[in-house]
Design a protein around this ligand. Structure first.
Ligand code: NI
Length: 226
């Protein structure tokens, strides 16, 4: 399931991101690509050791940890340190599937990428092209969101970023290893949590809500890995 998360970053945080990225250490984006995707990847990324990028990444993860929709949709076990990319005119990222396993730089750990996330840092009117296209069977979802909005999508999907033809597309991206590995199970839990949230807003004292919430937690207990 593709999930859109609105206003993940506040305008104040977005301003901080803009200031820091302007002075960050930008490199060729192929540094984090596997050999296959390196052939179709043409963009720039902030170097993984860049203090501006690291600080911004920690700020973004901090905001996500307080975002109930992110927690509900991702059920995160591990969040990969946030990366930043930039597409200037002529840059694109052709069709690929993200690597299944990612070593976390500077640590002996690696995560399984269950979900991919793109957080848009510029508004759609600032650039032409630069759509994230996620293939879903024969259908394609074309995604281009306002600054501060994020898309969370299954990491096992074929996707690409169309060529930017005007302006600059700035985004943050990262992967999540979920407590619930199975995407279908995760979708059920997210739908159920949304339904409970809607019901709670309308009829907070209904006794069945207690039961339903209990079922949600018992399903998480059944499906979550340690
Ligand atoms: Ni990708």
């Amino acid at each position: 399931m593709i999930v859109l998360l609105r206003s993940v970053l506040s305008p104040a945080s977005l301003a901080t991101v803009g200031e820091r990225l302007a002075v960050a250490d930008w490199r060729d984006g192929r540094v984090t690509a596997g050999p296959q995707s390196a052939r179709v990847k043409a963009n720039q990324q902030v170097a993984q050791g860049c203090p501006h990028g690291n600080e911004l990444g920690q700020m973004i993860v901090g905001e996500l940890e307080r975002n109930p929709m992110f927690l509900s949709a991702a059920l995160p076990r591990h969040v990969f340190p946030v990366l930043f990319n930039r597409y200037a005119p002529g840059m694109a990222f052709g069709p690929h599937i993200d690597n299944a396993i990612r070593p976390i730089p500077g640590t002996p750990h690696r995560i399984r990428t269950d979900l991919s996330a793109t957080l848009f840092l510029g508004n759609p009117d600032e650039y032409d092209g630069g759509e994230l296209v996620i293939q879903d069977g024969d259908a394609a979802h074309r995604i281009k969101l306002p600054a501060g909005d994020m898309v969370l999508y299954p990491a096992n999907t074929l996707h690409h970023v169309t060529e930017v033809t005007r302006g600059v597309r700035l985004a943050a991206f990262f992967w999540v290893q979920s407590l619930v590995r199975d995407g279908a199970a995760r979708d059920i839990l997210h739908n159920m949590d949304n339904a409970i949230r809607e019901l709670s807003a309308v009829t907070p004292d209904h006794p069945a809500l207690l039961n339903l919430t209990g079922c949600y937690h018992n399903l998480v207990r059944r499906w979550a890995e340690g």
